[in-house]
Design a protein around this ligand. Structure first.
Ligand code: BTN
Length: 266
């Protein structure tokens, strides 16, 4: 991937164009973005790596990030608000990434609550948002990390991921260019970074449309225990409303739970 190519696609007036950094290999773009945040890097700093040696996902999972195959990107945001107002940020980034994939690959993926991009029952990528707090109790920064599988064929995934993972090129009508995808991701991130607070209601309404978890029978892993039930809805903070098989209604925050379909990954 070439910096000049990405910037060329974004155009001369793209507000973040002087804040893009490309890496050949890095442990994790989220780790690097957090270090830069602490050193005072500005809102809109974007890091993209060709490969990650320690790519991370939610709940302490790893994210496979082989060279030449995906886009691994972290954007540093400085939202300057109390962290309680950022509960829906992962959802907003999810909607933005559906927009970006639609523009670059010609189809709109869905979202598995809360942060997985999916299509045809397979995981295309994921989102990891990490917050840093300032001394005043406001958010000092939010790092939005996104990994999207772009060019892999089924045999490129390790055997243990083959059932679950897929790439954009498996579903796209034509070849997906990683620079084009990276540019669309940056464009969508810049747009959502301005809209996610004032347009919260509309963005969460779009999230509900994109999220395939609503209405599903799910198993819920929470506090080391597994529960079964039906996902009913998602509130404006991104919490999942579930009717457990016991009849209990439970509101589940993303920080404390993960969800799977009853018969597999979705
Ligand atoms: C998940 O699947 O739970 C989230 C995966 C997030 C992966 C991206 S790749 C770029 C950024 N750097 C990381 O280490 N993680 C995120």
């Amino acid at each position: 991937m070439e910096q000049e190519q990405i910037l060329g696609l974004l155009g001369a007036d793209f507000p973040w164009r002087d804040r893009l950094r490309l890496f050949f290999s890095i442990d994790s773009t989220n780790n690097a973005a957090k270090s830069l945040a602490v050193q005072g890097a500005p809102h809109g700093t974007v890091l993209i790596a060709d490969r990650q040696t320690g790519g991370r996902g939610r709940m302490g999972r790893s994210f496979q990030s082989p060279p030449g195959m995906g886009v691994y990107l972290s954007a540093l945001l400085r939202p300057m608000c109390p962290p309680q107002q950022l509960m829906h940020l992962t959802c907003a980034i999810g909607v933005a990434m559906c927009d970006a994939v639609q523009a670059a690959a010609g189809f709109r993926p869905q979202i598995k609550w809360i942060n997985d991009l999916v299509y045809g029952g397979h995981k295309l990528g994921g989102i990891l948002v990490e917050l840093g707090l300032g001394p005043n109790g406001l958010a000092d920064y939010a790092v939005a990390g996104i990994g999207i599988n772009c060019n892999q064929k089924a045999e490129d995934f390790p055997p243990e991921l083959r059932e679950v993972a897929a790439s954009l090129s498996m579903f796209a009508p034509q070849r997906v260019d990683r620079c084009r995808l990276a540019a669309e991701m940056m464009r969508s991130l810049e747009n959502i970074s301005r809209r996610f607070l004032p347009d919260k209601g509309a963005i969460m309404a779009q999230y509900r449309q994109d999220c395939m978890t609503i209405g599903q029978q799910i198993s819920l892993l929470q506090g080391g225990q597994c529960f079964h039930g039906q996902a009913l809805d998602i509130d404006d903070e991104g919490a999942l409303l579930v009717r457990l098989d016991s009849g209990e209604l439970r509101t589940v925050n993303s920080g404390e739970a993960s969800v799977r379909g009853m018969y597999g990954y979705v």
